[in-house]
Design a protein around this ligand. Structure first.
Ligand SMILES: Nc1ncnc2c1ncn2[C@@H]1O[C@H](COP(=O)(O)OP(=O)(O)OP(=O)(O)O)[C@@H](O)[C@H]1O
Length: 687
């Protein structure tokens, strides 16, 4: 068996299981062993009954009290037992395990470990793992059991068993990293790392394994990035552009003055337009710092110079929003004669698309706004001089390249709201110049934040009613309940329905979720923007870029389930206009850690500060972080958490490339992997 062997060869995998694995893109043994756990279940010391809380998974040791009873329906028999320790009594239920009635004896000592839920207003442990005698639990104490992301029908147990089997059968000797490199950066062997990431004996083993694999991931990424860059030195600037008078007039006619930071970046862009080589620039700016207007000034400049400009937004909703506001602006500021915007998104009908392609190809449309659809092969541009993309795009680097190949060699501007230190930005965006908009418009009032528990919900609703009475609008984010990710839609619709009943009559509540058709989503967003909706209940689909300055309240249910960076993005949907705005972080958890984490958001509205604090707060217990930062598409690595490793990998990449240049590099297998990685990018480019 080797890494290319199909998974059917693994003992215990039949056709049906194979199909389930395929749904997770696991086809070969190599795919399988590189399918990493999303976290670990850590078996902690048992706790006292009195310390149990709803939602926690815990172990409890005690004596069985009274008789074990079987009830429920014939199809779902429920076995109930009571466990007592010095601090209280706990009800335990098992499903379809009636044999326990005979094995569990009253007065016997057991340990159970499971999830605590609330039933008839009482804490109950549901379907726990059982340890008899109680001491046998010791064996599992402090071990880390992998928890894998799954698909319907595939259990964690089956995944774990298969992984064990594959690792047992597979020789894992081959290593793409040289001995010298491993010694230099303190990395362990590939085989040990793969075993250690799936089945670590302890935390230390896990950390070592993860370190090695993250390093490898970053190394391949940085090597690929530099190779791609080498292949394509910055092209000559075929689009030298002056900023026309009309654009200056537009800037002056805006209802606000640009901030100094916006002005500075705009000047940098103007200088780029004049240089010998094309522009490749990243503009970083916190949420709401006003990146869009800088983008528009640049696009208008391209159009008025007789060329085309394109802007690619990360979502359909956002693309449409940009399109609408640009169209309005063009009319309002009398630019209609020279700028004709057009929208191009994946959800448009074939006919609509054809018409758009035609207009783009002839140059009749000179400002193209859209989604991924902009880089489809069929799109031909008449004379594309400027491309604006968003770092939110999953494959930023590769798409940028692809876009570039659409025109001769257009200027490229990448917008990013991710606060990331300059040293890291230089590595991740090695091929770009970097600008920062580090100032918010002066008319902004800082958002007022509060972190509250669910008992505050009614007060929050009353507060929203008041804001709505004053003419404002609100967002409510309701999260996915983990067990019901498939039930996203119901979750949001239920919440919206309940909220409608709770709020004063006449308040217009609508909802938005990712499973809705693009056209439906757009309709809702348009209505919200036009103030035909007062409260928008949504999943995190509104996270990026939505701009409705009249919204002043953002209420986030179950805020504890989100990472700080994501919460900051969500909060950024309010405080975008002149009205005082508020963000209510509602937490369903009583844990002190969670409170402390959310307090960071309460105390600051600064994305950079928050990202830094988030990092400090992550203890060794959060092995994978609360949620990954979402920046770039790394499987294991987290740009923030692993900043140091990223720097080391970048240094290693420089060393390797230098040796390659001198004909001394011995990392043949590594270079092959890098080539594969680049090839995969190429394939994605054409998708
Ligand atoms: N200098 C300014 N003064 C006042 N308002 C401004 C200024 N610049 C932009 N705005 C307004 O601020 C709001 C937010 O701007 P914009 O949408 O460009 O933010 P952004 O940086 O793209 O944020 P995000 O990353 O959240 O999308 C918009 O309504 C815009 O009209």
């Amino acid at each position: 068996m080797n890494e290319y062997t199909g998974i059917r060869e693994i003992k215990g995998i039949g056709e049906k299981t194979e199909r389930m694995f395929q749904k997770l893109n696991i086809r070969t043994v190599g795919d399988l062993i590189r399918y990493f756990p999303r976290g670990y279940d850590i078996y902690e010391e048992p706790v006292a009954v009195s310390e149990l809380e709803e939602g926690m998974t815990a172990a409890v040791t005690g004596l069985l009290y009274g008789k074990v009873q079987v009830g429920g329906s014939p199809r779902m028999q429920v076995t109930t037992a009571y466990l007592k320790d010095l601090t209280g009594t706990l009800r335990i239920v098992w499903y379809r395990m009636t044999f326990l009635r005979n094995t569990l004896k009253s007065g016997g000592r057991i340990t159970v470990r499971g999830k605590i839920i609330r039933k008839q207003n009482q804490l109950v442990m549901e379907h726990p793992e059982l340890f008899v005698p109680a001491e046998s639990y010791q064996k599992k104490l402090n071990t880390l059991q992998p928890v894998y992301p799954l698909t319907a029908g595939l259990t964690n147990n089956l995944m774990t068993k298969t992984m064990h089997q594959a690792l047992e059968d597979l020789p894992l000797a081959q290593d793409i990293l040289s001995k010298e490199l491993k010694t230099e950066f303190g990395l362990e062997d590939y085989g040990a790392a793969i075993r250690g990431i799936h089945f670590p004996k302890d935390r230390e083993e896990f950390f070592l394994a993860r370190k090695r694999l993250v390093f490898e991931e970053f190394l391949i990424f940085t090597l690929a990035l530099r190779k791609m860059k080498d292949q394509k030195e910055r092209a000559n600037n075929q689009y030298r552009m002056e900023v026309p008078e009309a654009v200056h007039r537009f800037e002056e006619a805006l209802p606000y003055d640009l901030t100094n930071a916006q002005k500075k970046v705009w000047v940098q862009i103007q200088e780029d337009f004049q240089k010998h080589t094309v522009m490749s620039r990243l503009v970083q700016g916190d949420v709401g710092s006003g990146k869009t207007i800088v983008a528009l000034l640049s696009l208008f400049t391209a159009c008025l110079n007789g060329y085309q400009g394109a802007m690619m937004a990360p979502t359909e909703v956002l693309a449409r929003q940009h399109y609408e506001s640009v169209t309005e602006m063009v009319e309002k500021y009398g630019l209609g004669d020279s700028i004709s915007p057009i929208l191009l998104t994946g959800s448009m009908t074939a006919k609509e698309k054809r018409i758009a392609y035609e207009a783009i190809c002839t140059g009749e449309a000179n400002l193209v706004i859209g989604t991924h659809a902009l880089i489809q092969e069929k799109v031909e541009y008449a004379d594309l001089a400027l491309v604006i993309t968003d770092e939110q795009h999953r494959f930023g680097v590769r798409q940028r390249e692809c876009f570039a190949s659409k025109g001769k060699s257009p200027h490229i501007l990448v917008m990013s709201a991710t606060p990331i230190p300059r040293t890291l930005a230089l590595i991740l965006y090695g091929d770009l110049d970097i600008s920062v908009i580090d100032e918010l418009p002066s008319n902004r009032k800082p958002i007022k934040n509060c972190v509250v528990d669910t008992s505050y919900r009614q007060t929050a609703y009353r507060f929203m009613e008041k804001q709505i009475a004053e003419g404002r609008q609100c967002y409510v984010i309701c999260p996915m309940v983990e067990e019901s990710e498939g039930l996203e839609a119901e979750n949001v619709t239920d919440y919206a329905k309940k909220l409608k009943e709770e709020l004063a009559s006449g308040i217009r509540v609508e909802y938005l979720h990712g499973k809705m058709k693009p056209a439906q989503k757009e309709e809702i967003m348009e209505k919200f923007a036009a103030h035909e909706i007062d409260v928008l209940v949504s999943t995190t689909v509104i996270e990026v870029g939505i701009d409705v300055p009249n919204s002043t309240v953002m209420m986030i249910e179950n805020a504890e389930r989100f990472g700080l960076a994501q919460l900051h993005q969500l909060r950024g949907r309010v405080g975008r206009g002149k009205h005082q705005s508020y963000c209510i972080f509602m937490s369903g958890s009583k844990s002190k850690e969670t409170k402390k984490r959310l307090k960071i958001l309460e105390s600051s509205n600064d994305g950079f500060y928050i990202a830094g604090e988030d990092l400090k707060m992550r203890g060794p217990g959060d092995v994978f972080g609360i949620r990954q930062s979402g920046l770039m598409d790394f499987k294991l690595g987290d740009v923030y958490q692993d900043a140091e490793l990223l720097k080391q990998a970048s240094q290693a990449a420089s060393e390797i490339l230098k040796r390659e240049e001198n004909g001394e590099a011995e990392e043949k297998a590594l270079f092959e992997r890098v080539q594969n990685y680049i090839r995969e990018c190429e394939i994605e480019k054409t998708l």
